[in-house]
Design a binder for this molecule. Sequence first.
Ligand code: ADP
Ligand code: MG
Length: 726
Amino acid sequence: MDKAFPCEGKEWLFDSAQGHMNLNTPIAELPRVGPQSQKKLKRLGIKTVGDLLFHFPHRYEDFSNLIPVSSAAQEIGKVICLQGKIVDIKNIRIFKRSMTITEAQVEDSTGKIRATWFNQPYLVNTFKPGDFVFLAGKMAEKNGKKYLSSPSYEKIPAQFARGEESYDSTHIGRLIPVYPETEGMSSRWLRFIIKPILTQLKNEIPESLPEDLRRKNDFLEIQKAIWQIHFPDSLAQAEAAKKRFVFEELLNLSLIILREKMNLAREKTVTVPINLDIVKKFVGLLPFKLTNDQKKAVWQILKDMEKPKPMNRLLDGDVGSGKTVVAAMAALNTVKAGFQTAIMAPTEILARQHHKTFILALKKFRLEIGLITGKENHIDGKKVKRSELLERTKTGQIEILVGTHALIQETVEFKKLGLVIIDEQHRFGIDQRMKLARKQDFIPHLLSMSATPIPRTLALTIYGDLDLSLIKELPKGRKKIITQIVPPEKRKDAYDFIRSEVQSGRQVFVICPRIEPSAKPAEGYFDERAASWADVKAVKEEYEKLKKTIFPDLKVAMLHGRMKAEEKEKVLKSFKEAKSDILVSTSVIEVGIDFPNAAIMAIEGADKFGLAQLHQFRGRVGRGENQSYCFLFTDFIRNPRLRAVVKSQDGFELAEKDLKLRGPGDLTGQRQWGFPDFVMASLADVELLEKTRNAAKEILQKDPQLKKFPLLREKLNAFRKRIHLE
Ligand code: ADP
Ligand code: MG
């Protein structure tokens, strides 16, 4: 139920003195949005009035069915809504438990009822006897007395109570919007802020869908739709509004991706001939045989790079499927043709790991391989000065440069960059590619690697501009990770097992569940800021519990998304060096890092995660020689989803299942895409995806520069920023 809202009753609107509010007005200029609230809103990515109005509810509560007070008594245990007059209100202090109960008597023409609230003593000032109110809450019964327990409330202004005007209520007596609540911002507060703004601005919101497209699909006009999505007259109207906005989001996404593809096709690149001798030599030196999927992927990549058209390929394969060797072959072939290769990783620790792996894998070929991060500069594993690293990159002596985001800094300049490989990253737009190759007259080929198995249907839309190479087959001889569902009564056994594994030298991950639905990420390159405080709290609690009560004899460490990057690196590094036994973390910890000694992945509240995500966590163990285990802690042992994870170790299969079961929310990382919840759910709708893709094609065929749609163009630019294409 809603938290109390202290400003209740003071309706506010912009008066004419402040009357120049528009969609671009910063939220800081809104009355009653204090610095605290501003901060919270900003974390949701809401900076302007427009952002606020486009922050949509994710569901509705039906508080429209008002019942007469006399029938409330029959509804024990149910949520009811009623309308009545306060006849009495008082606070009762219970000293023993140091709390206050506020008790009100409410009546209508049919009868009287008691309503109670806990620890909200100020309510006696909010309501006076004689006030008319809406109340909504659960009917309860205690010691034979029936009462309405901690109801939500909305005061009805006097002129409406007298029936002189009809009152459009906000919180009760209608369908009320429930927003994804984050960082302690209640839906009640959001309704209170949004409604008056919407009332004032609704006629100024410009239509952003092309008119013929809107008519053809029978979509609501934007001004009606935005009202109906916040304060719907009926669920059908809310649904209709949502349909329109979902279509628009997906259309924008398709437009961006198709335009990106068109723009890329116009760019010049270099052709990189296939050097079969070198490729064969490399394969011959490997201590294992490539899988068929690896061979196929290498071939597709090398074939792409032979063409004068910039490659834009996604190499998608489960953790441990062996993407790095494939990337190494592409890099080697590029270098042998006389071009440089850049490899970009999302974190320093991953960049370091790649640097090492590439040095090792390409040892026999005597390449010069550099590493650049925020503070490190290495060549072939040895420390050098940054100036030397940059100089040798510029002259082309460094043939492969591995790095973090530091790679796209102004100062890094390549001589002839032929290939860019990005690992576990956000999308990499043309602009970023050009930035890397700013001094050359061609753009490099791009190979993007991801360990998130993406079902084909989805890949077509969100990666529609990328060609896809899938590695579905794991290298032979991999030990299966033994996966077990752990119900509460088996928890002790699991802990005992964990202790014995640690005592024989293994390490353990513990993942805590995400608490709140994730927010839109704030801007910034990495995901970590999307971590909610509730997640952090959960991690801290779990950490304390394990350290103090369960494993006081072991070394427990903690990692969460609100830690500074350096701090995180430190924790990860010390775990890698086996200076801690157990690492407790949120779900946002990086993929791709090798911890060969980690043999147990324990997931708390496993039922809260999607299949694909559970599978990804599991992929963080089992990289070494030892038999590895994955424990799914849960209170719901009959959960069929968890059973699927126990049964299958095939990421793509689990991803397909996940998409069908709960939409792609966890799959592609909502945090990564910055889509609101309501759009994520629709990404499973193949028909809709096709429809929007076709609509986008049609628009671009007629008007590739979107000259006739300036507003759409503007929206696309904002959208591009949101999905980190630039
Ligand atoms: P990822 O796809 O997660 O990046 P890696 O490339 O790190 O996977 O490979 C995981 C491990 O598997 C590495 O130690 C690598 O040497 C090994 N590997 C890769 N391909 C094969 C193969 N075909 N047979 C056996 N081991 C392989
Ligand atoms: Mg990898």
